[in-house]
Design a protein around this ligand. Structure first.
Ligand SMILES: [Zn+2]
Length: 293
């Protein structure tokens, strides 16, 4: 913003920001139109423009991760390509496609129709963190239990229909869910092994954990970036990383996943498959399906 006196600047900032957002939105829509990026959305079932938001991934994060230009583009696609109707991003739409593939219903091609279909009404579905687009559709499903985590609030507390759940100490009974969803969550969990044990515990035998996580291309082995001490402080083992995409500013990353992710998870009693794979420089939006054995 140009140099202006503070008394004048303060009221102008929101207008300035809104104008920028509008201009960005218009240029993103124009870009999608020019490229003819019309697709059918697996979440809402409508066909429309898929908007790429280049500003969703800050340059700082790209530098920290040491991403190549192609990997950075692939990350932008994973985190954006928003459906103009329901706002679902690419990773959300792919999770929806994975759900439709794992729990198929004849003549149903969208999560919206799937969630309303009589054949799916008895399924119990846990959403561990909000997945935009899917969340709004699944809220209409009778077996849908959304949660988020705020350490300062009591575990299991329900506020505005959303439970407060710590993935390392869930308050759900054993074998409660047919399906458990997480998206870009596991890397932020301080105790990954406890989280995987908890997911296994609350899933019914044969139940699925369908999820996405960031995996760096070329990274063979998963490693711990940071550890949480009992007093709540964080010990950094490798330079710290905080995630920005989608507005989750400031969540510390504890685990960096590599190509060994499926076998790591399967040690906890799952059988894991990757869809939309394999991971490559040009596609970082894989979906993992871990079936409880
Ligand atoms: Zn949509």
């Amino acid at each position: 913003m140009p140099r202006l006196p503070d008394w004048l600047k303060r009221p102008l900032i929101p207008i300035w920001n809104a104008a920028h957002r509008l201009a960005w939105s218009a240029s993103e829509t124009a870009e999608a139109l020019l490229r003819g990026r019309f697709e059918r959305c697996a979440v809402c079932g409508r066909t429309g423009l898929m908007r790429l938001r280049r500003r969703a991934i800050p340059q700082r994060l790209i530098a920290l991760w040491g991403l190549t230009a192609r990997q950075a583009d692939a990350l932008v696609r994973k985190e954006t390509l928003d459906c103009c109707w329901c706002g679902s991003r690419l990773r959300g739409r792919r999770i929806a496609q994975a759900i439709l593939g794992e729990y198929p219903v004849a003549h149903v091609g969208s999560l919206r129709a799937w969630a309303a279909h009589p054949a799916t009404q008895s399924l119990q579905i846990a959403e561990i963190n909000r997945i935009d687009g899917l969340h709004q559709i699944l809220r209409r499903h009778p077996g849908f239990v959304p949660s988020d985590y705020e350490p300062s609030r009591p575990r299991g507390e329900v506020r505005h229909g959303v439970r407060n759940e710590d993935l390392t100490a869930l308050t759900y009974a054993d074998a409660t869910f047919d399906l458990l969803l997480t998206s870009e969550t596991l890397e932020h969990v301080p105790d990954l092994e406890r989280a995987l044990a908890e997911i296994h515990r609350v899933l019914k035998p044969g139940g699925r954990h369908i999820f996405t996580v960031p995996v760096q291309p070329g990274a063979a082995a998963t490693f711990t970036r940071a550890q949480l001490r009992p007093d709540g402080s964080i010990v950094t083992l490798v330079p710290p990383l905080l995630h920005h995409p989608g507005g989750d500013t400031g969540y510390p990353v504890f685990t960096e996943f590599g190509a060994d992710l499926p076998e790591l998870i399967d040690r906890f009693g799952f059988s894991t498959t990757i869809v939309f794979g394999p991971l490559s420089e040009d596609d970082l939006a894989q979906v993992y399906i871990s079936r409880r054995i």
